[in-house]
Design a protein around this ligand. Sequence first.
Ligand SMILES: NC(=O)c1ccc[n+]([C@@H]2O[C@H](COP(=O)([O-])OP(=O)(O)OC[C@H]3O[C@@H](n4cnc5c(N)ncnc54)[C@H](O)[C@@H]3O)[C@@H](O)[C@H]2O)c1
Length: 371
Amino acid sequence: MTDTTETVHVDLGSRSYDVRIGAGLVTRAGAEIAPLLKRRRVAVLTDETVGALHLEALREGLGDISMTALALPAGESTKGWPQFSRAVDWLLAEKVERRDIVVAFGGGVIGDLAGFAAAVLRRGVRFVQIPTTLLAQVDSSVGGKTGINSVHGKNLIGAFHQPALVLADIGVLSTLPARDFLSGYGEVVKYGLLGDAAFFDWLEAMGPTLAAGDMAARQYAVRRSVEMKARIVERDETEEGDRALLNLGHTFCHALETATGYSDRLLHGEGVAIGCALAFELSQRLGLCSQEAPSRVRAHLKAMGMKTDLADIPGDLPGAEALLALMAQDKKVVDGKLRFILARGIGEAFVTSDVPGDVVRKVLDEALARR
Ligand SMILES: NC(=O)c1ccc[n+]([C@@H]2O[C@H](COP(=O)([O-])OP(=O)(O)OC[C@H]3O[C@@H](n4cnc5c(N)ncnc54)[C@H](O)[C@@H]3O)[C@@H](O)[C@H]2O)c1
């Protein structure tokens, strides 16, 4: 079989790295990681689900590199202090040294937690991301944002710590439950919406094929998403400006995730998809984009069988005022002003802090009334 692995380089000076994208990378992990190693051992953090499905394949793929692993419970609630301190203490007990490599093998939860553990362990050790969800492959494994949640909100504790290498094996996505796959697709759509109308056109045409398991379509979607993220992160590594574009849909999403207690009532990518639809609605309400744009966003999400509105979230939700208060807790608040990502059309997003609260409240009120 010919190797169709592609590489996206993330150019960040001394913190540059490659994102390798292809099928079967887990089974070749040893050859990929070996050039980074000072001694032939790695410490792997994973979750129990991924561990049961893929850890033995990784162990084999590492060949003569010895591997020690800790599997944390699967799910967003792992991304907090208790499991974080357990992971850090385990890495110390395993005698991981300054020059060793920590491997994050799992979805965004494991990637964020393991990356943050690597950032603080002995004041910083290198780490390799082997993302196993679509969301982690197209988004969370690239760009160096690591961290955990607080009772005060999501991702409020963390550090910028770039990985030394990312291995996105599109083959492992085959075991991902359909709901998690579609949740990750929410972030894929986000890239088209924020900066590449032609990519959104392609997704409208190819999304169903991609979701049905077509490997070439899957690889293209992951590669294009990673390229877009890489170029934005290169321009603005620590989110002083342009990187905020990646938060399209996220101000709404984070409020909804807090309101639903980070539970499986709403997965992160589902919140992003709903948030993107609301951000386009808000843009239209502010006269920035045509009526057609939000309709097209909703139509595509619906065609993919995704959640598109507050009405699709099961259970109670707080009122518009309470949701606005949760938005104000978001990290995107600067000097008390809500920073929003709005759009002049599909593929034309921009950052602004000039959004009247009453218009946001109206958009939320109407969305709540549709429930
Ligand atoms: N750091 C960033 O830049 C960034 C960006 C976006 C999202 N995030 C974070 O990512 C997290 C969400 O990530 P996620 O959606 O990957 O969630 P996740 O890590 O919880 O994974 C979702 C579920 O899929 C399971 N799973 C993972 N890989 C699998 C596979 N190959 N086969 C079968 N099951 C598998 C996991 O066990 C879990 O139950 C959130 O905490 C979010 O804040 C971070």
